[in-house]
Write a protein that binds this ligand. Sequence first.
Ligand code: C2E
Ligand code: CA
Ligand code: CA
Length: 748
Amino acid sequence: MFLKGRKLFPGQPYLPVKSAIIRYVTGCSVQFLLKVLRVNSQVGLPMDILKKIRILKSIDILSFLHEATLERLAEESLELTLLPQEILFNEGEEGKTMYIILNGEVRIFKKELEITVMGSGAIFGEMALIEKQPRSASVQALDQVDLIEINEEQFQRYFAGQPQVLMALMKTMSARFRRSLGNPSPIPMMVEDSGNPLEKLDRMEEPVFMLNANTFQLLKGSPPAIDLFGYAQEEISDMNFLDFLEQINETALKTLIAPLLNQTRSQSMTETDFKKKSGETLPVEIRIRLAPSDNAVPMVMAWMSDISGRKHIEDTIRQMAYYDSLTGLPNRNLLNDRLAVALARARRNKERVAIMFLDLDNFKTINDTLGHDMGDLLLKDVARKLQHTLRQEDTVARMGGDEFIVIAPEIKSTEDASVLAQKILQQFEEAICIEDQELYVGCSIGISTFPEDGSDGKTLLKNADMALYRAKDRGKNNFQLYTPALNFKAMERMAIERNLRKAVDRDEFDLVYQPKVELATGKITGIEGLVRWDSPELGRVMPVAFIPVAEDTRIIVQIGAWTIKRACQQIREWIDDGLPPVSIAINLSAVQFAHPQLLKEVQTALSDYDVNPDYLQLEITETILMKDTDLAVDILRQLGDLGIKAALDDFGTGYSSLNYLKNLPIHYLKIDRTFVQDFSQDTNSAITKTIVGLGRSLGLISIAEGIETEEQKQFLLGIGCEEGQGYLFSPPVSSEEMTKLLQEKKVY
Ligand code: C2E
Ligand code: CA
Ligand code: CA
């Protein structure tokens, strides 16, 4: 009777019992070790670790591991020797270890049935480890056998995270399964046997179907076949073999059977799902052979093997290879795959991808003070939170420890990525409740975006990591973009958005005024009102910085309503002051222009301040017109009916055809300042000339924007431009200053 090494007390992992020699490998050859131990057991001498690594390396499934990893595995794993006939373990026993044979042969058997013999380089015992089930067979040494034992923790560390290793393992296991299914032994007998094969089928102990080799019409099933799939014998004789096969069509089946008919092959094999009577499917392996036939119709027999066990293991291994066992999130391997796919797609569609590197801020403290179990629960909860916050198309993966990675494809801008990061951070503001404890765990995020911050996954991950480093440096619980300049912009935008929401209620806006001047006489013909935001947090904010944010968040609708009111109020003040009436033109955004309340607001403001519609003008851009021309024309008409004149702002920057202008209810063309400022360039001066000429032919008044020099003014005068606006005359000024200019009857 031989005993196995058994764990006796902590500190000494295994005690060698009787002849089994077990010790931590420190680096000497197995043979040598054996010799020494025979003489003087327990004394370990340095072993030739390189030789051991060489053996390990030659083993199929380990060949994918790095040299350094193999070295560590060789050092850490337990080595044991079995003497001839020694039993390593018995069927039905609990076992959470797997083995690699270094030397010698073992016999694997179930009850009295021998399954196989394995030699050097083979692995066994892994099924119990992966499936967490009792041993499915017994193992006995045939001669003296040297083994390496790998425990659960080592398996997780060295194998579970390595898809190649796992896939190799899976291949080995599949092959073994296939072997253990055995050869269809009755076949040769059947083929040689004359007599009615259909009758023979009744006596067969394996699930076998007989079918017409040409039509695939089923003729009969063996009793086990009937049992396995749940059909009655009468039912199947009406059916076609193809009716049962999920992934195999007629052509595929023909391809399998043809070589049997022309005798170039004796057996064909395939795998598919088989539809059972109950509606369920069963994964099967089918082996097909020609059946002896008395009549002219060729028949084949199909041996059906249930391979659900193998499939299950394959699924488990796949799960191990690609998912994190604690959180169920994709692991590093799947992340790399997904990232590659996302980048390829983004490259093709010219889209962006954001990569976020997340790291919990005080996870280590929680883990150290509350224990690993709490830490694990926390990580699970964090995983749930992240999944909940992200969109379907985003991937969140766990990189190990408290590090997570998010891939967000199809983001439009870096700002989108910032918004997403902000959303994630918000999630972490609330406490996480675990076992009646409220835990506050912060998180830092580093972001890189494709294509700006890198063209391949490796670079992008590295850069996101660098950004994360900076985020941690900034005092945690924040995010950083890889490109610092964008960072600033993103931060600024976030600050703007946060404060803008309060700005309307706190009445933080101001209107400033810039005179429009008749170029020939220098007289003020009207005034453009331009909005400013005086934020207590951010200071005076210019429209370029906050109008786009206000548009995105639709806060512009309220700002616009305020502007209209403020303009009317100002006009009323000037009238009340006895100044000569002057018009104020205000700017409308697209969102505001299409807003159903616009007309109402204008009417209300005009009547509230008792202002003649002649004195309120509106400026809209070409883009607004081009978005929905019919709607825009409609709104302009209604405004026109109220008596309000409109100007086409920034003219020349859009791509609209000049021709459509004649149908528009507008009165002024504002020539964009880029044409004015670059007028010395021939093309621009030509465009400017054309615009002015066109305006005149349509009866529109041209107003040149951004006149800064006398030279520009003279050029514009020369081409017949009527009005102008710009620093040459006056920058936008406050209400008080504008009042003064009006009182002075300022002439430029
Ligand atoms: P805009 O309608 O083209 O306004 C003219 C801009 O040119 C103003 O900038 C003005 O200060 C500037 N400007 C005037 N003269 C000169 C000059 O000689 N040289 C140069 N370089 N610039 C000059 P501001 O006030 O920063 O406004 C920028 C833009 O913001 C405006 O362009 C307009 O599109 C938008 N905006 C301003 N106020 C409002 C508003 O109340 N509502 C909406 N929706 N948009 C507004
Ligand atoms: Ca304007
Ligand atoms: Ca303009």
